[in-house]
Design a protein. Sequence first.
Length: 266
Amino acid sequence: MLKQRILTAVVLAPLALASVIFLPPTAFSVLIALVIMLAAWEWANLSGFEDAVTRLGYAVLTGVACWFVQGVSAYLLLAVSIVWWLIAFALVKGYPVSAKFCHSRLLRLVMGLLTLVPAWFALSKLKFHDQQGWTIMLVFLLVWAADVGAYFAGKNLGRHKLAERVSPKKTIEGLVGGLLMSLLVAACVGLYHDLSFARGMGLLLLSVAVVLVSVLGDLFESMLKRERGIKDSSNLLPGHGGVLDRIDSLTAAIPVFTLALIVAGS
């Protein structure tokens, strides 16, 4: 499993970074919309819809929603996203009692739109804001570093469960390892750019927020998979499961990261 995971990452990571750096904003936004539509296809299955017609229809609906939100105020849409993730936190925290709110298949589809569309919107905004893609690379690196740190810290040191009823394998030690790895990346970025003390501390605090909310994104998808009775959202990516399994953390982290940058005026 680890070998497959590494091989898939070796292939996907350069492709992802190349698209971030070299694609112009419009082409990048279209590409990300296609990825989001693949994730929506999987989300429809998480919601209990197995037939291809419904899943395809939901994927198309998600793509159309991405198109229509382009003119919406960034503050408004990203604020709605933050509120949604606060609700998601309450659902994860209250599981399994909160599972009754996830029984409606239509409600789960709405949850998917609230998760996927703001993520696309935020990522698109970042690309138009910084066409070279360095800002997007930063949030990717923060989340990926947290993922790697959590994996190895949890595997070797994990003793105390983080959210056992939702995801039994996740541990507090893994979370700490992920935070430390992400902070290390943020510190290196701050030193490289010779940031002032205030801006450097801001970056570190933002990194902590990004990691914590990325864990929430992971846990929320895990909760839905547990309710659905499946291990992975699909088998599209060897060693990683499906597209959702690969981007669940990012769907939560990117809106928070983007809103923070907008508020800070960066």
